[in-house]
Ligand binder design. Structure first.
Ligand SMILES: [Zn+2]
Length: 314
């Protein structure tokens, strides 16, 4: 039987059809790719590595990133431990102004609002936070704020009889007794200070040498952590604010204060973040759990608050 031959025209038509199908498939692929996140990011200027980092974010966050111009700092900022997406615009602006700063510093500064001038963009602090109230140069207490459980500190523990909140006093006494066993005597030199006290203090300094100088050595009224009744200045025998850092008492506190719920509130080399010069004598009560965490993480209370309390991150 004669073999039936396929006509050349069928070959041609099949060939054309195949080319058209392949073409359509490629075209659809192209259209899809052009609508994809990686393509859009690459068009903005992001590298493959940067795209990988950005792609880990949520869709809403990626949409926001796509609306911004390319930033070479973005992927390092996104990888920072305490990165808060809502702060993105401020991180980018701060990084642009401070090109040499590391992403970690940029994130810390912006999280604590230190990208703003001191005493600007201030707000009334959330006093419902109990032992975790934040008071700094951007978060203030009202003139009326006064803790309702202030107690007098016995002059066995203090110079004069300053006041402090009840729980803080109990915890301080436990700490005092533990230190005593190691032959260390802790002495409270300042506790609760009310709004009027701070106002008079600042005004006195301001009258002497002007506002700038007053700001450099005293908090403005409402902005002093001493008004919370959770802060105290601690020294030991034969020490002053200037020499306390060299004492065994300071060393003891550095190792043990967190066990009683206290943190060194204005650490060395964190001046830009806290807004305060290093104060080896100023301790803040935040409770044992938070004090331990702050110490372990090696961050300031301002940074801790911004991320773990205000943002409720775990
Ligand atoms: Zn103090």
């Amino acid at each position: 039987m004669k073999k039936r031959r396929i006509k050349p025209i069928v070959w041609v038509i099949s060939g054309i059809a195949l080319v058209v199908i392949v073409g359509i498939v490629i075209l659809i692929g192209q259209i899809r790719y052009r609508n994809s996140v990686p393509y859009k990011l690459k068009t903005l200027g992001y590298t493959t590595e940067e795209v990988k980092v950005i792609e880990t974010r949520s869709k809403t966050e990626i949409d926001k990133i796509l609306k911004l111009k390319y930033s070479k700092s973005l992927s390092s900022l996104l990888q920072e431990k305490y990165f808060i997406f809502d702060n993105l615009d401020r991180y980018l602006a701060y990084q642009e102004k401070n090109a040499k700063e590391k992403a970690s510093h940029v994130v810390s500064m912006v999280n604590v609002h230190a990208d703003y001038e001191f005493y600007t963009n201030t707000k009334e602090t959330d006093t419902s936070k109990g032992n975790l109230i934040l008071v700094n140069k951007y978060n203030r207490l009202t003139e009326k704020f006064q803790p309702d459980d202030l107690v007098d500190i016995s002059n066995q523990y203090a110079y004069g009889t300053p006041e402090i909140r009840d729980e803080v006093y109990k915890q301080f006494r436990s700490m005092f007794n533990a230190a005593k066993k190691d032959n260390i005597t802790l002495i409270i030199t300042s506790g609760y200070r009310d709004y009027a006290f701070q106002e008079n203090l600042w005004n006195k300094y301001s009258d002497q040498k002007g506002e700038e100088w007053a700001d450099s050595i005293a908090a403005r009224a409402g902005f002093s952590e001493h008004q919370t009744g959770l802060s105290m200045d601690i020294l030991t025998y034969n020490s002053t604010l200037d020499t306390f850092e060299q004492t065994d008492a300071f060393k003891w506190l550095s190792e043990n204060a967190h066990k009683y719920g206290f943190i060194l509130r204005y650490p060395k080399d964190k001046e830009e973040i806290t807004g305060y010069s290093y104060e080896s004598w100023h301790y803040r009560y935040v409770g044992v759990e938070v004090a331990t965490k702050v110490k372990e993480l090696g961050i300031t209370f301002d940074e801790y608050y911004a991320y773990f309390i205000a943002q409720n991150k775990k």
